[in-house]
Design a binder for this molecule. Structure first.
Ligand code: ZN
Ligand code: ZN
Length: 668
């Protein structure tokens, strides 16, 4: 920080402004400086440093309004200069409530909720009395830090200061208690203090019930409300959707008297999270029929729906719509576009949007890094990670999921381990079970099964099913039956209803030709009433999504598709392809197995693509499960024989098939 350097007078001040140097205490100059801090300095760190310099030289620093604004400006998360903000704060003599509030808020906005709380305690010690603006921020900080004890103590201070009736404090407090699952306290906040709670507080309480899964209590509160606003309806929609009650959510949505952007986006999000992507996209058409102009949040939710089904054409259409209607592409929308393009297999377009974005938040970087990782572009992902640090964006836990995934997909064992081990020390991000899962996956893919097993036993937390699942996948890949059986049994105990686990273990047995074990596994699945997840593949054609299930005969073109597929397989067989039946789940005879394999959903989707698109165009498929070995080798051949690029997104990664090879280098 260059606070004491003697830079020439800031160039952005007109000569008239220089007069303030001679009259440092005039009200006018305070006004000018504050104006400067609130405008130019909120977007440019350079201007801010110059203004800081000016403030020091003109003796305005101990003006609490100016000092507080300076603290606020440095705390702008875009600058990554929270440390400067805190240094400035420390230099203020007897900071008043405004200065203290600025630093507390700044810490929260920079994801340092614990620091925010400790500044509050410091504030209480130096005796500057908190006001009604202090507490909503603090409650949010307690929520973010999950600081239950501090929350209760701070709540007591609120009551002591006679601020319990303030609407903002109340609603923040209700949200906080609800996030801790302490509904009794939340409810007593809603009801106490004699003063009537406003709609916002009631909405917060409904939201709290919904988040804790108490749908009945939420409904009761909703029904009992005399005055509702659009936010009330929105929390009901979001709440029902979160609990998986989409029909109820839809009913509320249809009944509400007036909808805003949040309402539309809540219903789209609900469909997205429930896996009803077609329904989510249908909302877009509905909006057009009702002549509602989609705005920021719903556009972002719609882009997420496109990303989920790989609907590139519709996604591009929405992008064009945004450009034509001059909808500014801010960090949220830009990130949604990056994510959509990356997930639809167009990394080039994702890059283009990302580079054009003026405002990038940590989640924007995460989307781009995650996209690169999924596509196996590990080097690019790691390079972007360095660039992100160069721009002083602090990585978070999700950034590291992306980085570790990038390492896993590219087999960069040493780098992956290095990042896992340095996350906490260098970046202050504590590894979670998810990060360990990524590294187990990394070691497992590289064939280092013993090391993976050792890592699991050294984890500071209980391994979750995803961690064991990663190891089981590795056992399948490398044909380790002994370890696979051990891990498989642990998983079946942890998740007796997850059909995917049975399938994986069964594959391991089948590969070892242990048909008796395959059969007994199948029997126990039947006894427990577990149904397998049907493999499904989607392909977009002219803005419509076509979905195929294994052995699906429901498509209007089914006959042509099966005929096409038959011809494709024959052609592949002339090229030396023979179906790899070792992975078929059940011990059925070879011929039947071949038919089952031959009709896997991605093969049907590819046949459909070959039938309906121009020669030479890229075929894009989205699959809900992992690609099986047989489909993988068949698709490689198809890409060569038919001279097509085929991009398949499976449950966890992308495969770019071209000229008979795949970008995953047969490592998935
Ligand atoms: Zn397959
Ligand atoms: Zn592949």
């Amino acid at each position: 920080m260059s606070t004491t350097t003697t830079t020439p007078l800031p160039y952005h001040l007109t000569p008239k402004d220089h007069l303030i140097e001679n009259s440092p205490t005039s009200k006018l100059s305070q006004k000018i400086i504050l104006n400067l801090l609130n405008t130019k300095c909120s977007t440019s760190l350079q201007h801010l440093k110059q203004a800081h310099d000016l403030i020091l030289r003109t003796g305005h620093f101990q003006d609490h309004f100016i000092a507080g604004s300076l603290v606020k400006c440095y705390a702008n998360p875009h600058f990554g200069t929270l440390d400067c903000s805190i240094k400035v704060f420390d230099q203020v003599l007897k900071p008043n409530v405004f200065v203290c509030n600025s630093v507390i808020k700044g810490c929260l906005e920079n994801n340092e909720p614990c620091k925010a709380i400790s500044f509050y305690y410091e504030m209480v010690v130096v005796n500057s009395r908190p006001n009604k603006y202090t507490y909503p921020t603090l409650f949010k900080a307690c929520t973010a830090a999950r600081a239950v004890e501090e929350a209760v103590q701070i709540h007591a201070h609120v009551v002591k200061h006679g601020l319990g009736g303030d609407g903002h404090i109340k609603s923040a407090g209700i949200q906080m208690y609800a996030s801790f699952g302490r509904l009794t306290e939340a409810l007593s906040m809603l009801n106490d203090e004699g003063e009537e709670s406003d709609v916002v507080c009631w909405n917060a309480m409904i939201d709290g019930y919904m988040k804790c899964g108490d749908v009945e209590a939420a409904k009761e509160l909703f029904d009992g409300m005399l005055k509702r606003n659009v936010g009330t309806w929105n929390v009901m929609i979001t709440g029902f959707a979160r609990c998986g009650m989409l029909e109820e959510a839809r009913k509320v949505f249809d009944k509400m008297p007036e909808k805003d952007d949040i309402s539309w986006s809540a219903i789209v999000d609900g469909y997205n999270k429930g896996g009803y992507f077609k329904e989510a996209l249908e909302i877009f058409h509905e909006m057009q029929r009702e002549k509602v102009r989609p705005r920021k949040y719903v556009l972002s939710s719609l882009l997420a729906a496109c990303a989920n089904v790989g609907a590139l054409d519709q996604g591009r259409w929405i992008h064009t719509y945004m450009e034509r209607n001059f909808i500014p592409i801010d960090a949220v929308l830009g990130t949604s576009l990056v994510d959509m393009y990356a997930k639809c297999g167009r990394l080039d377009l994702a890059w283009r949007v990302f580079e054009k974005m003026k405002q990038k938040e940590v989640f924007s970087w995460n989307a781009m890094i995650g996209g690169l990782a999924m596509h196996g572009c590990a080097e690019d992902a790691l390079e972007l990670f360095l660039k992100m640090q160069g721009e002083k964006i602090k990585p978070n836990d999700i950034t590291f999921v992306g980085i570790l995934n990038a390492c896993a997909h590219a087999g960069l064992v040493d780098k992956g381990l290095k990042y896992l081990n340095s996350m906490e020390q260098v970046y202050g991000v504590e590894p979670t079970v998810e990060h360990y899962g990524c590294v187990v996956d990394l070691l497992g893919r590289a064939g280092l099964l013993t090391e993976a097993e050792e890592l699991i036993s050294s984890m500071p937390m209980q391994p979750n099913p995803a961690v064991w699942g990663a190891l089981l996948g590795a056992c399948r890949k490398h044909g380790n039956v002994v370890l696979g059986e051990k891990v498989g049994k642990i998983l079946l105990k942890l998740e007796p209803q997850n059909s995917g686990r049975y399938a994986l273990l069964s594959n391991i047995y089948a590969k070892a030709r242990r048909w008796d074990d395959v059969a007994s596994l199948r029997k126990s699945m039947k006894e427990r009433g577990i149904k397998t997840t049907a493999g499904g593949s989607m392909i977009e054609l002219d803005g419509t999504i076509h979905e195929f299930k294994i052995g699906d005969g429901s498509h209007p073109q089914a006959k042509e598709i099966y005929l096409m597929l038959k011809r494709v397989i024959e052609k592949l067989q002339m090229e030396g392809y023979s179906p790899n039946t070792s992975q078929v789940l059940f011990g059925i005879d070879e011929e039947e197995k071949e038919t089952a394999l031959g009709h896997h959903s991605e093969k049907l989707a590819i046949a459909f693509g070959l039938l309906n698109t121009m020669p030479g165009t890229t075929i894009r498929i989205v699959k809900n499960l992992r690609v099986c070995e047989d489909c993988h080798s068949a698709t490689k051949l198809i890409s060569r024989v038919y001279n097509r690029e085929i991009i398949v997104r499976d449950r966890i990664r992308y495969h770019h098939f071209k000229d008979g090879t795949c970008s995953c280098k047969d490592f998935w």
